[in-house]
Design a protein around this ligand. Sequence first.
Ligand SMILES: [Zn+2]
Ligand SMILES: [Zn+2]
Length: 257
Amino acid sequence: MFVRDYHIHTKLSPCADRIFDVEKVIQIQQERGMKEIGITDHDFSYGYKAKRIEAARNAIKQCDASISVHFGVESHMLEYRSTSLNIQLASYFDYVLMAPNHYHLRGVAPPSDFKNPKKVAIHEIYMFEAAVACPITDAVVHPFVLAPDVFRFLTKGELSAFGQEVMRNIDQKRLIHQLDLVSQRGIGIEISPKFIRYNQRHLIEFYQLCLEREVKLLIGSDAHNAKQLEDLSVLEPILDELGVQEEHLWQPKVWQW
Ligand SMILES: [Zn+2]
Ligand SMILES: [Zn+2]
C-alpha cells in the first residue's frame, strides 16, 4: 500500500544526513518498490534563491528515475498571513507542504505558554487555521504533533499525556470547520510516523475526524536520513485500524497547461 512518500528531505536540508543526496533517495526508494515520491527540502535550504531551486529541480531530472519523482518544498507558517516562503518562489515547486508548528525555527510565533496545554491548544488551532488559509498550502504537515525537542521539559510518557490534554482543549467546532475547508480545497493532511515515534496516540482521533470530513491524508516519512525512509512501515497497522483506502490518500495535482 505504501508506494508513495511525499515528504523526504535530502542533504540540501541542513538538518538532514550529509550523505543523503537525491540520487541516493531515488535509488533506495526504487529498490524498495515505491512508485511515487516527493523531494521536499526546507525552503531555507535554497537561501530563497530561484537559481538554487532550479538547480535542485535539474538535479532530479538528471537522475533518470524509473519512478515518479515530484519536486516539492516544506515551508512553515510564521504567523497568520505570514509564511517563510513567498508566493512567487512557491510557484517554482510542484507542491508546498506547510508546517504550522515549527516552533524551533526563528520567527515562528510560539504559544504564550508551552507548559499550559490549554494555551498550546489555542495556539495550535490558530496556526492550523493560518496554514489552511494560506494560498500556497497544498498540504499541512504534522499538525498537532508535539515535537520532543520543543517540549524538552517533558519525558516521553509525559509528552504523550500532555498531547491528549492539548487535543481535549481543541475547540471541536472550530476544528471541524477547518477540516471542511481543507476538504473543499483539496488540501492534504499529513499522517506522519513521527506521531508513533513520539508516542502521540491522541492523533488517532484527529485522523478519524479527517476521514469523516472527507479530508485526504498525505503519507510522508519526513525522512532526514536513509533509515527514516523505512519508518513508513510503522504506519501500516494504524492505517489499517483507521480503514484508510487508496481513495483517502492525497496526491499532488499534476498541472496541465
Ligand atoms: Zn528538517
Ligand atoms: Zn520535513
